[in-house]
Design a protein around this ligand. Structure first.
Ligand code: MEV
Length: 310
């Protein structure tokens, strides 16, 4: 295949505002230095071919399919199918593990839409239009989603985010972080359903905890805008406690948060993402030493989406 376009997008980690962002509160999210590339080559036969580590697939471009492991890519193609000049091959390479809660689904949606739009329109999409479109595709596949992870994939660095009305603003960064994986992942929609069930049983507590999570996120955003990153670690500890109160912490996540906080150079730690699995993130890097082997070799990164010739 002879690719004419490449879209290259980073994975992401939530810093603040998980769950609360689905109820109108602000969130902070960041891009990481694990990336995913979609290369696009037009095909004369009107067919779609997807090649990726998650599987290969071929179908007419008008019916891009819904193979479970490729459904985010296929939904992105389906979303733009009427605008495309013809068939195409999409070659996907990723160094974002798909099961660690590092925003690989959002990254593949962002990169696929960006490559297809640049091909169809002759210019890369505007970031705000791409974010709205990426969130539509994510919601169509998994039934929910704030779009915060897509915003980080598009903009890179640290992003201050609100879902309604949709706003994403890049703040200064990057900052040292340390992340550790809990060893398993509960699908985000399932964790959100459990939090909703808690909300039906305890509406006032649910509202109050989400409002506090939003408040912590606002304070973190204000601290970063005022160039006071030293305020972030203690705020992470507060957010972790609130996520525990919401019911999304478990023994492994709690233990990882305490182990990260015990490392020199780490000023605070919290669950990152929906919870009940995924990652715990620490603010800072293990000072003067390599991070322990139970931490992920990964850093925050300023580079966002890049679209261009391969
Ligand atoms: C998951 O990373 C964060 C949630 O707030 C869901 C979302 O924002 O789409 C739980």
């Amino acid at each position: 295949m002879r690719a004419i376009l490449q879209a290259d997008a980073p994975g992401s980690l939530m810093l603040f505002g998980e769950h609360a962002v689905l109820h109108g509160h602000r969130a902070l999210v960041c891009a990481v230095d694990r990336r995913l590339r979609v290369r696009l080559a037009p095909r004369a036969d009107g067919r779609l071919a997807i090649r990726s580590a998650l599987g290969d697939y071929e179908a007419p471009i008008e019916a891009p399919g819904d193979a479970p492991r490729l459904r985010f890519v296929q939904a992105a193609v389906g979303h733009l199918r009427d605008r495309l000049p013809g068939g195409c091959a999409l070659d996907i390479e990723s160094d974002i593990p798909s099961d660690l809660g590092l925003g690989s689904s959002a990254a593949v949606v962002v990169a696929t839409l960006a490559a297809l739009r640049a091909w169809a329109d002759g210019v890369p999409p505007r970031p705000d239009a791409l974010l709205a479109e990426a969130r539509e595709v994510i919601r169509a596949v998994q039934g929910m989603g704030s779009g915060a992870d897509a915003a980080a994939s598009i903009h890179g660095g640290v992003v201050a985010f609100r879902a309604e009305p949709l706003q994403a603003e890049r703040l200064a960064g990057p900052f040292p972080i340390t992340a550790a994986y809990a060893g398993s992942k509960t699908p985000t929609p399932e964790v959100v359903r459990r939090v909703d069930a808690f909300g039906r049983g305890h509406p006032a507590l649910h509202r109050g905890i989400l409002a506090l999570l939003g408040r912590v996120s606002e304070e973190a955003e204000a601290a970063l805008r005022a160039r006071r990153p030293e305020a972030i670690g203690p705020l992470m500890n507060v957010a972790h406690g609130l996520m525990d109160a919401l019911g999304v912490c478990d023994e492994r996540l709690a233990s990882l948060a305490y182990r990260l906080r015990a490392l020199a150079g780490i000023a605070g730690a919290k669950i990152s993402g929906a919870g009940l699995g995924d990652c715990v993130i620490g603010w800072g890097g293990a000072a003067g030493t390599e991070p322990p082997a139970w931490c992920l070799p990964m850093a925050m990164a300023n580079a966002g989406l890049v679209v261009g010739a391969p």
